[in-house]
Write a protein that binds this ligand. Structure first.
Ligand code: NAG
Ligand code: NAG
Ligand code: NAG
Ligand code: NAG
Ligand code: NAG
Ligand code: NAG
Ligand code: NAG
Ligand code: NAG
Ligand code: NAG
Ligand code: NAG
Ligand code: NAG
Ligand code: NAG
Length: 597
């Protein structure tokens, strides 16, 4: 039974799971930990902390439960959730690097957060990416050898949905034993082996990599996803649902409720203490106060976390005063420095009728595939849209580095990424055409552009101003051209002979000038939805940054930030696995502080 039943007293139950649907229905007003936001960070922390029977945990989520929503379970259909009731429906500001365009900015408003809506790519980050966090925060806790066990607590590798032998195309020893299920594509397509063969044929910068989660996130390999048994594995299904199923009496999950403000509850000598939050269900609803006897865990995400801090008087004083918010704590970097990955779709005609264009253009074919998924969790719907990915470094002798230095964390981390989608990926501004297509998504994974997230109004239910500043820095503009030229180089490999058809009419080609490639990129670039860095981690006592290396808010007692906003720089890969890992490490910091062995 998957239907949602609205029970008495504002308690929503489904499969015997209990959610509180209004703050008034909560049985208490104080908890040891109040976790704000039920995404990868908040779900992980709430599930782990509530394993201690004597610790009370309240998890507050603005959206509802994903139970019973088929598109949150069938991997390929996740794309249909963009712009749905599970999406915050944010929009970026006009982007100067994108010819003044703005774009929809998808974020999950649901238990599980963006792990319910994302395209599920699972990269744990190169060893260098973690070591760089340690260097920048001067805390060895974050160096890869120290982080490895926490990564292994997040996830485990499972066979692909079709059970085929993938020996040599993944490295089981590189994976852990945690709840998120990870697998290579459950339904191979004819393009997969051609891409892998081309990486062997051409070598550098495409080199074959048998497992991109083995420390070196450079090279081309099968794309691993948070999918198990043909079904999406999310922060909800992997962490929260089992905790709810265990019916822990100390875990309280409140849905459809937003935190609107953190409340200063006192001062320890000179340090202000924030151990309470106001909750509300809408702009005209009454607010309700909850206390945290130990900590507020702020996991509202790259947009929600800086916005809530600013609403609470924590941020840059001049900015707060401009909105008539009383500044309580001066932390001017709150909301500053946002980074994200720009994504440029490139299209190629292919001489084949095996592409997914023929599936998603035909309602009866799609219905048959859904019926197959329902019956056996097999078929192409077990895939994410991409089956292979390649990460590339820009050659060390490139003149790009003379001007800008090397922004990557080290030689095991990439500058560029290509993802191969065997259909016309309807991204950017170009309308789909009839025919069969290969889409190559060209991405800059080590951008230098930085933007910001700042409140637009003092109404917590208004969207803040979101400026990822895509392609705003000259390095990113130069790098995206290299990424696009790499895509042309790869598909020119003899491995694709006979498959790649005539170029699209009036389209960029391998012969286009750098200027034309860049104009195309600025005109059609979308995003990989990896927003981060709006509440950066920095060394204890640093004058920059927002949180200390143990993720506690600077200059404040009682608040810890656990989400992607704390990265000082965007990781050079897809970021969900790093956020789960960060959250597992946050639980370790909390344990050491409150529950020393
Ligand atoms: C919450 O904290 C406030 C201020 O410290 C206090 O007055 C109130 O009694 C607390 N409520 C609970 C339920 O602990
Ligand atoms: C997002 O927009 C869609 C389409 O307008 C709407 O159906 C959906 O409810 C919106 N989501 C939220 C969380 O408001
Ligand atoms: C953003 O661009 C749109 C469309 O070009 C324009 O109407 C709007 O005024 C711009 N907004 C700002 C704040 O510049
Ligand atoms: C990939 O290369 C192997 C070894 O050369 C070959 O057997 C296989 O047919 C190639 N696969 C494709 C799809 O071209
Ligand atoms: C809140 O109240 C204002 C003023 O009464 C009204 O204009 C607005 O539509 C209400 N908003 C919601 C979400 O009910
Ligand atoms: C697909 O192409 C093959 C050969 O290229 C052809 O034999 C087959 O009939 C085509 N299938 C469809 C459904 O068009
Ligand atoms: C959809 O697919 C079915 C079954 O393969 C086929 O009979 C039908 O003609 C297709 N419809 C369209 C519009 O292509
Ligand atoms: C698949 O199952 C869901 C219920 O879980 C149902 O709503 C849907 O109609 C089914 N789809 C097909 C094509 O049978
Ligand atoms: C960089 O080095 C490669 C081989 O090591 C060489 O082919 C290429 O010409 C060099 N490029 C520049 C810009 O020096
Ligand atoms: C941008 O793309 C649109 C099609 O989506 C096209 O009409 C327009 O000419 C392009 N602009 C530039 C500057 O290339
Ligand atoms: C690029 O130019 C070369 C040499 O002029 C030509 O052989 C090739 O067909 C062109 N490629 C494209 C995609 O136009
Ligand atoms: C819970 O019990 C542990 C020992 O099992 C103790 O260290 C801890 O302080 C207790 N926590 C609370 C909140 O009472």
């Amino acid at each position: 039974m998957r239907t949602l039943l609205l029970g008495a007293f504002g308690i929503l139950s489904s499969n015997a799971l209990q959610f509180y649907t209004s703050p008034q229905s909560l049985p208490r007003t104080a908890y040891d930990f109040v976790v704000i936001g039920g995404g990868a960070g908040g779900s992980t922390v709430a599930a782990r902390l509530s394993q201690r029977p004597n610790v009370t945990v309240l998890l507050v989520e603005a959206g509802g439960s994903p139970e019973g929503i088929l598109a949150t379970e069938i991997p390929y259909l996740g794309v249909a959730l963009q712009g749905s009731a599970l999406d915050w429906n944010y929009t970026t500001t006009n982007q100067t690097g994108l010819l003044g365009r703005s774009m929809a900015y998808e974020r999950g408003k649901v238990l599980g957060g963006s792990t319910i809506l994302n395209l599920m790519t699972w990269n744990r980050g190169s060893d260098d990416t973690w070591d760089d966090i340690a260097r920048k925060s001067t805390a060895d806790d974050w160096a890869w050898p120290a982080i490895d066990p926490f990564y292994r607590q997040t996830s485990h590798l499972v066979p692909p949905a079709d059970g085929r032998d993938v020996t040599g195309k993944e490295i089981p020893e590189a994976h852990g034993t945690g709840p998120v299920q990870v697998s290579v594509p459950g339904f191979p397509t004819e393009i997969d082996d051609k891409v892998l063969n081309a990486s062997l044929t051409l070598g550098s910068p495409f080199e074959f990599n048998p497992d991109l989660n083995d420390g070196r996130t450079v090279g081309t390999g099968l794309l691993q996803s948070s999918i198990g048994g043909g079904e999406r594995s999310s922060a909800y299904s992997a962490y929260l649902r089992p905790a709810l199923n265990a019916q822990r009496p100390n875990l309280y999950v409140l849905v459809n409720t937003q935190a609107t403000k953190l409340i200063q509850t006192g001062s320890n000598s000179v340090t202000p203490v924030f151990r309470a939050a106001l909750l509300s269900q809408g702009p005209n609803s009454t607010t309700y106060r909850v206390n945290a006897t130990k900590e507020i865990i702020l996991s509202a995400g790259v947009i929600g976390t800086p916005a809530l801090l600013q609403l609470s008087g924590i941020g840059g004083g001049n900015f707060l005063r401009s909105l008539q918010i009383e500044p309580l704590v001066e932390l001017s970097d709150v909301g500053r420095g946002m980074q994200d990955h720009p994504l440029v779709p490139m299209y190629f005609h292919v001489n084949s009728n095996q592409t997914f264009d023929h599936v998603f253009g035909n309602v009866s074919v799609l219905a048959a595939l859904e019926a197959q998924w329902n019956a056996s969790h097999t078929g192409i719907l077990t895939n994410s849209p991409g089956n292979t990915q390649g990460f590339m470094r820009i050659p060390a002798n490139s003149s790009i580095f003379e001007k800008f230095g090397d922004p990557s964390s080290g030689t095991n981390a990439a500058h560029l990424e290509l993802i191969f989608v065997y259909s016309f990926a309807p991204l950017g501004a170009i309308p789909p055409q009839m025919g069969s297509f290969l889409s190559v998504l060209a991405i800059v994974v080590s951008p230098l552009s930085r933007g910001s997230v700042h409140l637009k109004t003092t109404n917590p239910f208004d969207s803040p101003l979101i400026n990822p500043n895509y392609l705003g820095h000259d390095f990113d503009a130069a790098a995206v051209i290299v990424a696009m030229r790499n895509a042309f180089k790869l598909v020119a490999s003899s491995d694709f002979d006979g498959l790649i058809g005539d170029p699209l009419e009036n389209f960029i080609t391998a012969n286009s000038s750098d200027d034309d490639l860049l104009t195309y990129a600025r005109n059609v670039s979308g995003t990989v939805n990896h927003g981060c860095c709006t509440c950066s981690m920095s060394p204890n006592n640093a004058i920059w940054g927002v949180v200390n290396p143990d993720l506690r808010l600077k200059k404040v007692d009682g608040v810890r930030v656990v989400d992607a906003s704390v990265f000082h720089k965007i990781p050079e890969c897809h970021i969900q696995a790093l956020v789960y890992t960060l959250a597992e490490k946050a639980v370790d910091f909390i344990d050491k502080q409150y529950f020393p062995a």
